[in-house]
Design a protein around this ligand. Structure first.
Ligand SMILES: [Zn+2]
Length: 557
């Protein structure tokens, strides 16, 4: 921003406002040359090279999220192609002069040969026909007739077809510049005829220095913290960030714009509080967590933003765990970095990724909830409880070492009643688990479940699976098994089961398929059983909508 941009941009293009009236910063500091485009270095280099070497495409496709500068870039391209220089003799140039008749007319949006259409509001075939009517006529005063179509993906199929006809055989003097936020919706027939440029989200450091420069030019004093906050909230868009800056400066009414003021204006949560909140939740300290949330809410932070901030923090902590060097964000305060490092070290990967999933799921809920604060509270409570639950890996480890899994009580309420803690996790995680050290335990199976387990133990996985899923037991006695089968069971299941049992137990087994109603399948029984276990119940409560998909036998590990 080293050029006097302000002087080159004319008044509000609607023309309805009185001269000298205040212009919003986003318009006032709209880039007018490639050099002014912030954070689009690759695009600028390619475009400049193309124009310098005279390789001018028939059509350009500019894509990127809203607010990154697509239409602004389109206009700069229009100027670059049509600039005649201060002396009126220049050709297409990567550095449009900004003072010639073409440059000024385009900047003021009043050039007769540069036609702009917003496809978001004019999607039909007639709209595009009207726009393209003049294609075959030569430009009135410029070198090229330039058609800028914004949000081109919104055009109807018919409109695209009409456009395509022109794109296939465009007159020499016509250039198209398309802009879209959704490149996937643009037909490939159109894409293939354009040179494509992806506008990137502008990095927040670049935005911050842009906003600092603009503030200085405006004579406004804005704290670095406030600038960083605005850059973060802008989410890659210079336009959005300038709008926020604009608002912050006018709110400060001549005073210094502080970080707190911006935070209040944006409904943002306090950074330190987000650390405290995550800390409390991960400790299972529900009361502190809810108090912190309530305080922030009272101070104006929206519950959605709080959860988003938590997500961001969890993401950053995860990155710190995986690659500490790469995650060191220089924009962060030293204190935050230290605290983050300590937290990420303390939290296990499984715990932290589970928190991420629950927050993400919670965010969707809060967005659609009639009472976002209450919804956010529920999300925090859920995570606090889950933070106390063992991760599946821990549970398995504990099982394998023969112990039970310790569950610490969350501080707000006692955990669900769990009679005989010992072994209850074992039942839940592996209801049909075989005692590891007793290979002879099933010499004579005592129940149908033991029969199925025996097949599993002997590595007859297919047969074991059928016994568990496709068979309903009608009768079980020593040496006698009767069941009915569903269509997925193999025809000779009974015969195979009988033969194996005889081999393994040394006694005769009468196994037969009967046509009578039987018990629920073993699998159905396991699921029912697992649901009634307090630990599994707590897990299901913590993950609403979750179902028990599989019950693993701990012994397989
Ligand atoms: Zn010019």
């Amino acid at each position: 921003m080293d050029k006097p941009v302000t002087e080159r941009i004319s008044d509000d293009r609607s023309g309805s406002k009185a001269a000298g009236e205040y212009r919003v910063l986003a318009r006032k500091y709209r880039p007018s040359s490639f050099g002014d485009l912030v954070g689009q270095d690759a695009l600028v280099r390619t475009l400049k090279n193309a124009i310098t070497s005279g390789r001018i495409a028939q059509g350009y496709m500019l894509t990127g999220v809203r607010g990154v500068g697509k239409t602004t870039t389109a206009r700069i391209i229009a100027k670059a192609l049509n600039c005649i220089g201060p002396d009126g003799k220049g050709g297409p140039t990567p550095e449009p002069c900004g003072v010639c008749a073409n440059c000024t007319a385009i900047a003021e949006d009043r050039h007769v040969d540069v036609l702009e259409m917003d496809a978001a509001s004019r999607t039909g075939i007639d709209d595009i026909r009207e726009l393209l009517e003049g294609v075959r006529y030569r430009p009135t005063s410029a070198r090229f007739k330039i058609y800028i179509v914004d949000e081109v993906h919104m055009l109807s199929d018919k409109a695209f077809n009409a456009l395509l006809k022109t794109l296939e055989e465009p007159p020499e003097h016509v250039k198209f510049i398309f802009a879209t936020t959704e490149i996937r919706k643009v037909p490939v027939t159109v894409l293939s005829r354009c040179q494509r440029f992806d506008l990137r989200r502008i990095e927040s450091e670049k935005l911050q220095s842009l906003f600092a420069a603009v503030s200085a030019k405006e004579g406004a004093k804005v704290d670095d913290g406030a600038l960083a906050l605005i850059a973060r909230a802008a989410d890659g868009s210079a336009r959005d960030g300038l709008s926020i800056l604009d608002q912050a400066i006018s709110q400060a009414a001549g005073q210094v714009v502080t970080e707190d003021a911006v935070r209040g204006m944006l409904g943002l949560a306090d950074r330190v509080m987000i650390f405290d909140l995550l800390d409390a939740v991960m400790r299972g300290d529900v009361k502190t967590a809810l108090d912190l949330l309530a305080n922030q809410y009272a101070a104006g932070a929206s519950p959605v933003v709080v959860i988003q901030d938590l997500l961001e923090l969890v993401h950053w902590l995860t990155r710190l765990k995986v690659a500490p060097e790469g995650a060191a964000d220089p924009a962060l305060a030293e204190a935050e970095r230290k605290r983050g490092a300590a937290m990420s070290e303390k939290l296990g990967m499984a715990v932290i990724t589970r928190a991420w999933q629950m927050l993400l799921k919670g965010l969707t809920e809060i967005r659609s909830a009639p009472m976002p604060l209450q919804a956010a509270e529920m999300v925090l409570v859920r995570i606090a409880y889950a933070a106390d639950l063992p991760t599946p890996a821990d549970a398995l480890k504990a099982l394998e070492s023969g112990g039970s899994v310790a569950v610490r009580a969350p501080s707000m309420a006692p955990p669900p009643q769990r009679p005989s803690t010992q072994g209850s996790v074992a039942r839940a995680m592996a209801p049909e688990a075989l005692p590891v050290n007793e290979p002879q335990a099933y010499a004579t199976p005592q129940s149908f479940a033991e029969i199925a387990a025996l097949f599993e133990q002997k590595k007859y996985a297919m047969l074991a699976a059928q016994l568990k899923h496709n068979v309903r037991l009608v009768r079980f006695d020593q040496g006698v098994i009767e069941f009915n089968t569903d269509k997925n069971a193999s025809k000779d299941l009974a015969g195979q089961v009988g033969a194996h049992l005889r081999d393994w137990t040394g006694q005769r087994w009468m196994v037969s398929v009967v046509n009578a109603a039987g018990q629920p399948t073993l699998h159905e029984q396991e699921v029912e059983h697992a649901k009634s276990d307090p630990l599994v119940k707590a897990l299901l409560d913590a993950f609403p909508g979750a179902t028990i998909a599989a019950i693993r036998n701990a012994e397989k590990k």
